[in-house]
Design a binder for this molecule. Structure first.
Ligand SMILES: Nc1ncnc2c1ncn2[C@@H]1O[C@H](COP(=O)(O)OP(=O)(O)OP(=O)(O)O)[C@@H](O)[C@H]1O
Ligand SMILES: [Mg+2]
Length: 180
């Protein structure tokens, strides 16, 4: 492709070159849809592993699988995600001196910490609405925290390309719903 768009390789040749003309256009979301069980989740794990090999920071949001199951499922496909860190573990103080390129946000694992994630913003705005850990506000706040853990944000601005993967989205929730 000769357009000026920079493309981010997912490390999956058939997807990058046969389907995407070199990878995901930088700054865009790629929506993967398909029947249950066709392999969408495995594909996202493969992309996380591929980006990790290329030393690209990755935020992997899982709404349906626990952190350890993501790593275990990857291992079954010979994808090494053993240096992945769970955001819930970081927030709970279980992981110190984090050095990783791959932060997994397992939304069920965040059930205890998500109120804390939202607290700062809510105090400022004087809101006290209870939200579910699966709300888009929690997803967006978690991704911001993951950027900090990866060391790719400064004063709220992202300083490096990051691959953000969300598996999966409910059909009625758009990826940028929090941005207005
Ligand atoms: N390339 C593959 N080779 C062998 N088995 C695979 C492959 N991809 C996926 N599978 C198997 O197929 C099953 C479903 O895959 P996966 O969970 O990725 O599907 P999915 O599209 O995400 O489904 P859902 O819509 O239910 O989330 C899993 O048991 C997985 O181990
Ligand atoms: Mg799936």
């Amino acid at each position: 492709m000769s357009s000026g768009v920079r493309r981010i390789s997912l490390g999956i040749d058939w997807l990058d070159y046969a389907m995407l003309g070199g990878g995901v256009p930088r700054g865009n979301w790629l929506l993967i849809t398909g029947e249950p069980g066709v392999g969408k989740s495995i594909l996202t794990i493969q992309a996380a592993g591929g980006a990790n090999v290329d030393a690209m920071p990755v935020v992997y949001v899982s709404t349906e699988t626990r952190f350890f199951d993501v790593v275990r499922q990857a291992r079954q496909f010979n994808i090494d995600l053993s240096d992945a860190v769970s955001l819930a573990d970081v927030l709970a103080g279980k992981v110190k001196d984090v050095k990783t390129n791959l932060v997994v946000i397992d939304l069920f694992g965040l059930a205890r910490e998500y109120r804390e994630l939202l607290r700062a913003g809510e105090e400022e705005e004087g809101k006290s609405k209870a939200r579910s850990p699966l709300s888009m506000e929690v997803v967006m706040a978690s991704i911001e925290r993951a950027y900090e853990v990866l060391g790719v944000s400064e004063e709220g601005k992202v300083t490096k390309d990051v691959l953000v993967i969300i598996d999966s989205l409910a059909p009625d929730v758009g990826p940028c719903a929090g941005d207005g």
